[in-house]
Each structure stands twice: as C-alpha cells, then as structure tokens.
Design a binder for this molecule. Structure first.
Ligand code: MEV
Length: 438
C-alpha cells in the first residue's frame, strides 16, 4: 500500500511521477515512459493542459472525430465528436446521410432559463420571513449589480428571486429559488457568484431586521449552488418523412419498419430497463459533441436523466409516431451549453471544434447537440430493429481486437477484407489471426 503523502500537489511533475513509480509501479520504467510518451512536445501547449487541473502528470487522449452531412434547419454542419466507442461516429454519419435526403433535421430552442438556489434554515414565524423577503428583495438585486453588469449587456442576468417555504419536507428549510439567463455562457460561475452574494446579503440583512426576534435574525445558510436540473433550458429536434421513404427490404416493408420503429420507442417510454439504454445511446451522440465543444458533460448527463424522470418514471427522451402516413421522430432535452467562457477559448481543439461549427452561439449549439442525440438514437434503433446491434458494432470494433492481438498492417488488411463477408466475434478474430500466423 502506498504511504500517506502530504504536499503532493507542490511536487514538480517529474517528482510526482517519481513518487508514483516508487510507490505504485515498483519503479517499472515502462510506467514512467508511458506517462512521458503522452506529454506534448510543445512545452507551452503542455503547460496549458497541465494547468487545467491539479496534479496533472500526463495527457489522456480520446479520439477527436467528425461526422459530416448534418443538415440542420437547412444549414449543413460537420459535427465534432470526442468519443472512444468505436461505432458511434459511423452511426451518426450514417443517420446524417439518411436524413439529409429527406429534408434534414429541424431544431428549435424552447427556453433558456437556468436555476440556482440558496438553501437556508430559518427558525420562526414564516409570515415574518415573507415580509422580510419582500423588503430585502431589491437589495438582493442591488448586491449583485457588479456581477450582473456585463451579463446584462449580453442580454442575460437575474430573472427572478423567489422565496420558497420547504418546511413541509424538512423542518425550518427555506430556499431562495432564483432564475437566470446566461446568454452564450453555460453560466455556472456567474450563477454561483450571484447566489453566494444573495446568501451573504440575506443573512446580514436578517441580522439588522427589526421585525425579527433574536432567533429569527439568525438565518443559517446551508449552501448556495446552481442546479443542473434545467427543465426550462430546453431544445427540441425532429425529423420526418413519408413512411414510404423509410428503408424497404425483403424482410421489412417501409410500413412495417415505421411501425416496428415506433413500437421500439414506445417500449422505451414504458419500460425503464430499456429506457436507460435507449437514453444512453442518445447520450453517446450528445456527450461526444459536448466534450468536443468543451462543455461539462457531467452536468448535461445529470440534467438529461433527471428530465427523463420528470413524470415520476424514467422514460425515453425521444418520441416517435406515424401521423397521416408521415413518420415523425423527435427529441426534447434540456441542454445548458455555452460557447463562451470555460474551456471554449482555452483548449485549442475546443476552439477548432467551435470554428468547425461556424462559431455558433449557445442556442445554435443546443440545436446541433440535440440533433446529434436524435441521430444517434435513430441509428441505434434502426440497427436494433433490423440487423441487430452487433453487426455494425463489431465491425467497427474489429480494429480494436486486431490491435489487442498486435496484428501487423498486413494482417489487418487481410482480416478487414475477410470480415467484410464474415461475422466479427472476438474468438473468430483470434482464430483467423492464428490461422494467418500458422
Ligand atoms: C451502445 O453504446 C448504445 C445502444 O445500446 C443504444 C440502444 O440500445 O439504443 C446501442
């Protein structure tokens, strides 16, 4: 077991690696070499990455891929996607190509409001608290005027501060439930700074408030933090086409395809075990664009799944129907995204990803990202109801298996050819490599 270490963050990068080598890797030179191999040869670029977080010792590569042919509201995009799962980008590209010949994707932002809360305890008369809040509310707005000045110039700011009595859930529990518009920023720092100032002002004003008893003056701030649940920061994307323009094969007519597709989505609307996997597939596309554009994928994940459970039961984020011979497929998802601030001007590949998308504002990025999720779900369901998922997935995974087996370039070429007409399984790839080598 490694010993307790203090002052680790103050060590140089080289000394941190030495410490790791000694205490975790039995001084195995390979471990050190692996970490060093991934350093960037450009020192200033490496320093930039080192300074993103604490205790950085190397870089962790993920593929930076692109999916072309996304026609969204009549504009063509090439989507940047950062993801390790083999088949995701191919699936997105395939769906994009399919829908570009059928009018493309339509997308609209339904709302952009974000939420933050000051959670506090108040012991006393709730009517007096309400009166106090009414009197102190203008002072709360004033107290953040320095923070909101620039945001207001960009069309954002604090929209509403509401006092909420939560004592029916927890004794003495109240909130300032605050709503914000954050223009093109994701807005976490802006919101949290405002909330922490609201909390300070609330507590100091309570102390000076004549209408309160000694106990009532003592408001206890529990915490001030934005919410990643953003059901009012919502975007909708959809595709539609006549049923007879859907895939038509010997096994499945277009009409049968449409009905089977709709049924597959309905299953994800009523069956949580399926809904979670269904939504995971949607998030394959969403997270890939969110990561490539330097946004916070954990926030997006948390908000999306909470929204999927908003009716008290976890459900599909997409919906499908057949209406007057039209197949309609849509997604509605909360996406609190930013195109300024955070990593957007710092990380060279994030800057490039945003440039690739034509430097979108936050609303446009919300639309593009929702479309990535819808496309991914279309591709997944298309496979699931026809060939099954493994055929495409394993084909894309073939190269990973070949690399695991240390296949040479020549072996790769021969086996890629072989598996164009044979089913890829891990054991079959191993057998075929052995055959070649014998
Ligand atoms: C795999 O990453 C995602 C899928 O399982 C999604 C789905 O089942 O809809 C293919």
């Amino acid at each position: 077991m490694a010993p307790v270490v203090s002052g680790f963050s103050k060590l140089s990068k080289v000394d941190k690696i030495k410490w790791l080598a000694e205490h975790h890797f039995s001084n195995d030179q390979n471990a050190t070499d692996t970490l060093v191999t991934y350093w960037n040869s450009d020192d200033s670029l490496q320093q930039l990455h080192d300074e993103f977080t604490e205790n950085t010792i190397s870089n962790y590569y993920l593929p930076f891929s692109v999916a072309p042919n996304f026609l969204i509201n009549d504009t063509r995009y090439t989507l940047p996607m950062t993801i390790e799962e083999s088949s995701v980008v191919a699936a997105a590209s395939k769906a994009a190509k399919f829908w570009q010949n059928r009018g493309g994707f339509k997308a609209e932002v339904l709302s952009t409001t974000k939420v933050g809360q000051v959670h506090f305890s108040f012991e006393g008369n709730s009517e007096k608290l309400r009166q106090f809040f009414k009197e102190v509310k203008p002072k709360l707005y004033d107290a953040v005027s320095n923070i909101t000045k620039n945001m207001e110039k960009r069309g954002g700011g604090v929209r509403e501060i509401e006092l909420r009595d939560k004592t029916s859930t927890i004794d003495k529990y109240y909130q300032l439930h605050c709503t914000f518009e954050t223009a093109d920023a994701m807005g976490a720092n802006f919101i949290n700074s405002c909330l922490e100032q609201f909390a300070k002002t609330l507590s100091s004003e309570a102390k000076a408030y004549d209408g309160f008893s000694k106990t009532e003056k003592d408001i206890e701030i529990i915490m001030s933090i934005l919410s990643n649940y953003v059901p009012q920061c919502l975007v909708k994307a959809s595709v539609s086409c006549p049923v007879n323009e859907l895939p038509d094969t010997d096994q499945l007519s277009s009409q049968d395809y449409a009905e089977k597709f709709v049924r597959a989505v309905h299953i994800a609307e009523v069956e949580p075990y399926r809904a979670v996997t269904h939504n995971k597939g949607i998030m394959n596309g969403i997270d890939a664009v969110v990561l490539a554009t330097g946004n916070d994928f954990r926030a997006i994940e948390a908000g999306a799944h909470a929204y999927a459970a908003k009716d008290g039961k976890y459900k599909s984020l997409t919906h499908a129907e057949i209406k007057e011979d039209q197949f309609i497929f849509s997604i509605e998802i909360p996406l609190a995204l930013g195109t300024v601030g955070g990593l957007t001007t710092l990380h060279p590949l994030v800057k490039l990803a945003l440039q690739l998308l034509g430097r979108p504002n936050a609303k446009t990025l919300m639309k593009i990202t929702a479309v990535a999720g819808l496309a991914q779900n279309f591709a997944a369901i298309n496979s699931l109801i026809t060939t099954g998922i493994q055929q495409g997935h394993m084909k894309m995974h073939l190269m990973n298996i070949l690399n695991q087996c240390n296949a040479t370039d020549q072996e790769k070429e021969q086996l890629v050819e072989y598996f164009t007409t044979n089913i890829v399984t891990h054991s079959e790839v191993v057998t075929q490599i052995e055959n070649l080598r014998n």
